[in-house]
Design a protein around this ligand. Structure first.
Ligand SMILES: NC(=O)c1ccc[n+]([C@@H]2O[C@H](COP(=O)([O-])OP(=O)(O)OC[C@H]3O[C@@H](n4cnc5c(N)ncnc54)[C@H](OP(=O)(O)O)[C@@H]3O)[C@@H](O)[C@H]2O)c1
Length: 272
């Protein structure tokens, strides 16, 4: 694979994680640049990754093959409108901003090859997962470049339709918090059963990690793994039946519906 020159607009947490991931994959520091109005952020990414940094976004994109928009959604419109005259034809634009549609980006930047991504917070530990959507102007080589970029911080999965980004937001974008909620609830329940809080927390966390690792490495699905650990009339069955009697699956469905709906509403607001 060729090593594209990548410019990051915004040098915050997510940009820094992506840059760290790319460097760990072997991309040389001189193939990466970043711009940010914050002197502290610039100094931090320059020191951490040895890359060139700029105060001015227009300077950072000169000669770059890939431009990664890594600013907060709320400032994206202004950033794009100011940057548009400095972009050259054929540059791939990758946006990682939540809730900013390709239509909004095209309104602000003009017609361009665009990849819209929805990463999640574990990307900060390179354990993320992202949904990616490419518009029709993106070439196969550019798709490979975008995939290489997001793969640097976890799993990258392509979507055929942009509207599915709302579903990705509901499943994996907001998903870490659902697991945190379950961890909180299990820790509290363990404590009520008499365990010291720290012990309850460590038992819960290691169980979450172990279960996730088992599910990821298994060749059967989660339902089958669950069946295998649920003996008739046993302790696990007693708990699972209680979850199901309380409408667990329906509640999860409603929660994800609410997240997807909110994602679509935010995209509508942010695009104005
Ligand atoms: N963090 C996550 O887990 C996560 C997950 C999914 C998607 N995302 C998306 O990733 C994007 C970045 O998130 P983040 O968590 O990395 O945010 P962040 O840490 O706040 O990074 C954004 C950076 O952009 C800088 N910035 C502000 N205005 C700018 C401008 N005009 N030109 C260039 N840079 C500018 C900010 O500087 P100041 O701080 O000085 O304003 C900040 O350093 C967001 O759009 C978010 O939706 C993040």
């Amino acid at each position: 694979m060729t090593q594209p020159r990548i410019a990051f607009i915004g040098a915050g947490n997510m940009a820094s994680s992506l840059i760290g991931g790319l460097r760990a994959q072997g991309l040389p520091a001189d193939a990466i640049r970043a711009s940010d109005p914050g002197a502290e952020q610039r100094a931090r990414v320059a020191a951490e990754h040895g890359i060139q940094v700029f105060e001015n976004n227009a300077e950072a994109v000169q000669g770059a093959e890939v431009v990664v928009l890594a600013v907060k959604p709320q400032v994206m419109k202004g950033v794009c409108q100011a940057l548009a005259p400095s972009l050259s034809d054929g540059q791939l634009i990758v946006s990682i901003a939540a809730g900013i549609t390709c239509a909004s980006l095209e309104n602000w930047l003009g017609p361009r090859p665009l990849v819209r991504c929805m990463p999640n917070t574990p990307a900060l530990l390179r354990e993320g997962v992202s949904g990616l959507y490419a518009n029709a102007r993106v070439s196969a080589a550019q798709k490979a470049q975008a995939e290489q970029l997001l793969s640097a911080v976890g799993l990258a999965l392509w979507l055929e339709e942009e509207r599915l980004i709302d579903a990705v937001t509901a499943v994996s974008g907001s998903g870490p918090a659902y697991f945190f909620l379950l961890i909180e609830a299990m820790t509290a329940a363990g404590e009520r059963l008499g365990l010291p809080r720290d012990t309850a927390a460590r038992l819960t966390l290691q169980t979450a990690l172990g279960a996730a690792r088992m599910a990821v490495s298994s060749d059967v699905d989660a339902a089958e793994l669950r069946r295998r650990v649920t003996s008739p009339a046993g302790t696990t069955e007693a708990a699972i039946k209680t979850f199901q009697a309380g409408g667990f699956e329906a509640l999860v469905e409603q929660a994800l519906d609410a997240a997807a709906k909110r994602s679509a509403e935010l995209a509508e607001q942010l695009g104005q």
